[in-house]
Design a protein around this ligand. Structure first.
Ligand code: PEP
Ligand code: MG
Length: 539
């Protein structure tokens, strides 16, 4: 039995088998081998597994997202048969007498760089695919293929770190908890863990080489500890805590159908944050009054190419239809910073959080923005949609957005495609937007405060930097004064203001927010009922 301590991102207790995701550097080490032909044979066996995985992924994707989007897995299958690629691997094994994993990884890097250097945009985009197939092949050869992101049994994910795109690809039903060596409490992966209602510990100083997939693990998010190969006593204690948690959740169920109203009669809208269609069920199950933030960029993560207008339309339509008359605020894509997607070709930036991201991409590359707006407007007839724009810093940006929206509406009208006139609001997550919030309030229908970024930009603290978690203080009086200013300026012009950053779920501040006059709080689905409970206690 070995115990480690970490930082809790989401409280809760879980018990189950580990799935250890070792990153590539840990897997791919150069080894001199005595018999290269054995390694060539291992490549052949890895290829068979990889082909079978890709076939299964293709068949799953055809059903879930249609043939056009599934075709990428066929392309990957063909690339794995490419003679030049395979010859390069076999040559390297034979001439340098190295292990199969190393030869595949290095060949993948070489081919990927070759594609990236080509002039043709299509070929350039294949660089990511070669990397992808090589990673898959390495995992299959080293026996980590099955223990990748497609595990079967409900498991506890143990990793060095997880990117948002890795996290969104996981089947949430099969994740009992997350444990990572690195990561910051304010990163999107942590937010996803909270959104998924999954116990999560970060900053756990464990050596991944010493733990294996299949080991039994207890994660105690309340105590901030993770125990590998626990003894019987620890397991019993964990089971007891899990039972108690369930009873607590059960008690909260009594609040379903009740209003979010204080003892003195002030009502607050309590909505849920979601990341995709799969979360709508959680929002409804927890009796959220609406969706206060649909992070639409998650539709763009974990894939090889842009989602088409049709794919996006189907996703938005489904969310709107499922929510019925309830408000659904869909935020336009907020790619960039920690939400990186290879096919956007954003390039390396020294300071990505302050870089080319979110609305800046949409305004610079309006064709991406227009596709999303078309999908949103087409979906608007299926429910109660509001559109929200992220990372706003000026009134000019809002004007430019409105001009693009008007163009899209004109095109749709000409094509005789029906749409409604959704409310349009902005996220207030930069100090600039706070300072000009009085002007902005006259241009938009609502404000939603993104406290995660607002804290980062106001306190000059990178939310991704785990070393700064102790300094990241969203209770800072600067942040609280800013929220007051935002609410006042919204109300002055008859607009509503809410909070959709993580701070909205901070029960220690609920009373403060109510006193400030906040109209809406949007939180992870599992926090809707605890927040309702708290609001109903306030005098
Ligand atoms: C925020 O910044 O508070 C926010 C809600 O947006 P995100 O966390 O997705 O950046
Ligand atoms: Mg933000």
């Amino acid at each position: 039995m070995v115990k480690y301590y970490g930082k809790t991102v989401f409280k809760g207790v879980a018990i189950g088998p580990a799935v250890v995701l070792k990153n590539e550097e840990q897997q791919v080490k150069r080894r001199k081998v005595g018999n290269p032909e054995d390694e060539v044979k291992r490549v052949g066996e890895g290829l068979e597994t990889a082909q079978a995985q890709l076939q299964a992924l293709y068949e799953k994707a055809v059903v879930e997202v249609g043939e056009a989007s599934a075709a990428i897995f066929e392309v990957h299958q063909m690339m794995l048969e490419d003679e030049d690629y395979l010859d390069a691997i076999y040559n390297m094994i034979r001439t340098e007498q190295v292990n199969a994993e190393y030869a595949v990884a290095l060949t993948g890097d070489n081919f990927s760089q070759m594609f990236a250097g080509m002039d043709d945009d299509y070929m350039k985009a294949r660089a990511a695919d070669v990397k992808d197939i090589s990673n898959r092949l390495v995992k299959c050869i080293s026996g980590n293929g099955e223990a990748g992101l497609d595990f079967q049994e409900p498991s506890i994910i143990v990793a060095d770190d997880l990117s948002p795109s890795e996290t969104v690809q996981m089947d949430k039903e099969k994740i009992l908890a997350f444990v990572t060596v690195h990561g910051s409490a304010n990163s999107h992966t942590s937010i996803l863990a909270r959104m998924m209602n999954i116990p999560a510990l970060i900053g756990v100083p464990l050596d991944l080489a010493k733990v294996q997939s299949g080991m039994k693990v207890v994660v105690d998010g309340v105590q901030g500890e993770v125990i590998f190969e626990p003894n019987e006593f620890v397991c019993e204690e964990a089971e007891r805590k899990i039972k108690k948690e369930r009873e607590k959740v059960q008690l909260l169920q009594e609040l379903k159908g009740k209003e979010n109203v204080t003892l003195s009669g002030k009502e607050i809208n309590v909505y849920a944050n979601i990341g995709g269609i799969g979360d709508v069920g959680y929002a409804l199950e927890n009796d959220a009054g609406g969706v206060g933030l649909f992070r639409s960029e998650f539709l763009y993560l974990g894939r090889d190419d842009f989602p088409s207008e049709e794919e996006q339309f189907q996703a938005y339509r489904q969310v709107l239809q499922t929510m019925g008359e309830k408000k659904v605020i869909i935020r336009t894509l907020d790619i960039g910073a920690d939400k990186q997607v290879e096919y956007f070709n954003l390039g390396k930036e020294d300071n990505p959080a302050m870089g080319y991201r979110a609305i800046r991409i949409c305004l610079k590359q309006p064709e991406i923005f227009k596709t999303q707006l078309r999908a949103l407007l087409r979906a608007s007839v299926y429910g109660n949609l509001s559109i929200m724009y992220p990372m706003i810093i000026s009134t000019e940006e809002v004007e430019r957005i409105y001009a693009i929206v008007a163009e899209v509406k004109k095109e749709l009208a000409e094509e005789q495609i029906a749409f409604k006139e959704p409310e349009q609001g902005i996220m207030i997550e930069t100090p600039a937007a706070v300072m000009i919030s009085e002007k902005l309030a006259q241009m938009v229908d609502f404000f939603s405060v993104g406290t995660n970024d607002l804290t980062q930009y106001t306190l000059a603290i990178d939310r991704q930097n785990e070393k700064l978690d102790d300094f990241y203080n969203p209770h800072h009086e600067a942040i609280l004064s800013m929220i007051q200013m935002i609410v006042d300026n919204a109300h002055k012009h008859g607009k509503w203001a809410g909070i959709c950053g993580e701070l909205g779920a901070d029960l220690e501040l609920t009373e403060t927010f109510v006193k400030m006059g906040i109209d809406e709080l949007s939180v992870s689905p599992s926090m809707v009922l605890p927040l309702r409970k708290r609001i109903r206690e306030i005098d």
